[in-house]
Design a protein around this ligand. Structure first.
Ligand code: GLN
Length: 538
């Protein structure tokens, strides 16, 4: 492979068309043809990263091994490709400007007026080619966040225009994802919004090479011809993306439409070998033919927005398929739970996951739910804040420390069972200062965790400020709640479990970030299995 090829994916008409899924599906097909492929996302907002955003804004914040707090689309990239992303895979306008301004202060542009073109666009182009320049990839797919026509995405579109000239059209192509709406009153699919958004792209000097059209109904031959004619693309480059039952069907739908072939032809790459999708297809078969249906409660405070817990929901899909079980995730708002109504809310569930989160809203509801499942031997999985709440619940109700709390919620609590590490006490800035990214963890022999992972040392990703207070570990242990995973560098407890309970595990890290289609996370798989056993025995 002589050089890295670049594919840009832009969006038109409206947001939420699923650029991330289309990018990931295309990458998946190219990877299945043996091409080393990666995906990156450029977000036009001014935050340096999404780490300080409320999940209601853009959904979950995904975390990479190298500790980058990123857009949730990076989660899709990892889940579809089974390869790790890094800080370089997600760039925001804030980061671009920060870097250009730092250069200006260092005097790198001395004598020059610093402007959007060329300084900002140069910085964008450099970052767009960063992963490609490592020589590790044949193909780099770049998803441009936002919608064409937005003021804030203009510098990115301009950078793509320049790159097309510099690299040539056989090295750099543009896929435009657009919407073909169906008007039920007229019983017709409408192409006009697509025509307009393609025109908007043209005003910025870019002629899309491929149109991927989101639609609820099949595109007829006539519609496809019309789109090709009006939008300046070849007929075979009009790709239908019809609503799918699961996002994991999309690679196969794109294969049927020939998206990967069109891409290879445009990039002057050979298209003779068919992609090998054997493992992907066998995952889909297991996913679609479950032998059992189970219901798992997800307690959180952002449950109104599905995207807030994206990686957890996807991890349940992977682990459900691995167990040939359909996992129905029942969202439960933590603010609605009280000790009195828990049994009513949790009735009929075969397991409970208490989600990550920040701040005190809804925590008493989480604690009540945990007490209920602990006392009723219902499988429990606590992630990050969910694990911290399990420690508080146990301290209050088993150790009898009625005022036990996290100092995140009550800085004056007499029993700070969840506290701050010394180095966190000095931290003033909120952005990028949590314990982030991959840390090692040593598992105790004979623990459930050890059995589940089948390893003595593991590495998992973190995103939190508070920790189990080691002053209480002994007391918790003597009452049956064991710290079975310890960070070998810091001595901090990363995993807790109750031996006498059928399945009660809390983890300070985020296992959901590492679950992929081809490698479901062992903790999720084992939890689903425990819930399945529980369901069979009631
Ligand atoms: N708020 C908790 C902390 O900062 C937990 C964070 C989380 O659940 N990701 O430690």
């Amino acid at each position: 492979m002589p050089e890295t090829k670049y594919i840009f994916v832009t969006g038109g008409v409206t947001s939420s068309l699923g650029k991330g899924i289309i990018s990931a599906s295309l990458a998946n097909l190219l990877q299945a043809r043996g091409l080393k492929t990666t995906i990156q996302k450029f977000d036009p907002y001014i935050n340096i990263d999404p780490g300080t955003l409320n999940p209601y804004e853009h959904g979950e914040c995904f975390v990479t091994d190298d500790g980058a707090e990123t857009d949730l689309d990076l989660g899709h990239y990892e889940r579809f490709l089974n390869v790790r992303t890094s800080q370089a895979n997600n760039v925001t306008t804030g980061r671009i400007y920060q870097s250009v301004i730092q250069k200006e202060r260092r005097g790198e542009f001395l004598g020059k007026t610093v402007q959007v073109i060329p300084h900002i666009t140069n910085e964008i182009k450099e970052r767009m080619q960063l992963l490609g320049s490592t020589g590790d990839y044949d193909i780099v797919i770049t998803e441009i966040g936002g919608t064409v026509g937005d003021i804030e995405s203009l510098p990115y579109i301009e950078a793509v225009r320049q790159l097309r000239w510099e690299l040539g059209k056989e090295s750099c192509i543009v896929i435009h994802l657009t919407l073909v709406p169906y008007l039920s009153a007229a019983a017709e699919l409408k192409t006009k919004p697509t025509q307009h958004s393609v025109k908007t792209l043209m005003e910025s000097g870019i002629n899309a090479d491929i149109l991927v059209c989101r639609t609820e109904h099949e595109l007829s031959e006539d519609i496809r011809n019309k789109l090709a004619l009006f939008c300046n693309v070849k007929r075979e480059a009009v790709i239908q993306s019809i609503d799918a039952k699961t996002i994991y069907d999309v690679p196969l739908l794109m294969l049927e439409e020939g998206l990967d072939k069109v891409v290879l032809n445009l990039l002057a790459l050979p298209d003779n070998l068919e992609p090998d999708l054997t493992s992907w297809k066998s995952f889909l078969t297991r996913l679609k033919n479950p032998k059992q249906h189970i219901r798992i409660g997800l307690v959180g405070k952002y449950v109104e927005l599905q995207d807030s817990y994206k990686s957890i929901l996807e991890a349940f899909i992977h682990s459900g398929a691995a167990n040939e079980v359909k996992v129905e995730v029942v969202s439960i708002h933590s603010e609605h739970l009280t000790p009195e109504n828990c049994s009513q809310h949790l009735e009929g569930l075969h397991g409970l996951l208490v989600a990550p989160g920040f701040g005190s809203r809804g925590i008493e509801g989480k604690i009540s739910a945990i007490q209920y499942v602990r006392e009723n031997n219902i499988p429990f999985f606590g992630i990050c804040l969910g694990m911290q709440m399990a420690v508080i619940e146990f301290s209050r109700n088993v150790l009898g420390l009625k005022t036990a709390n996290s100092i995140e919620m009550d800085s004056n609590t007499p029993h700070p069972v969840i506290s701050l590490m010394d180095e966190q006490k000095e931290v003033e800035n909120k952005g990028g200062t949590m314990r982030l990214g991959a840390w090692n963890c040593s598992l105790s022999a004979n623990s459930k965790a050890h059995k589940i992972y089948g390893a003595k040392t593991i590495s998992e990703r973190h995103r939190h400020r508070f920790e189990l207070n080691n002053d209480y570990v002994q007391q918790l242990d003597s009452h049956g709640l064991k710290a079975t995973g310890i960070n070998p560098e810091t001595g901090l407890a990363e995993i807790i479990e109750i031996e006498s309970h059928p399945w009660f595990i809390g983890v300070q890290y985020h296992p959901e970030y590492k679950s992929t289609v081809l490698a479901p996370h062992p903790l999720f798989s084992d939890f689903v299995q425990a819930c399945s056993t529980y369901a069979k025995n009631i």
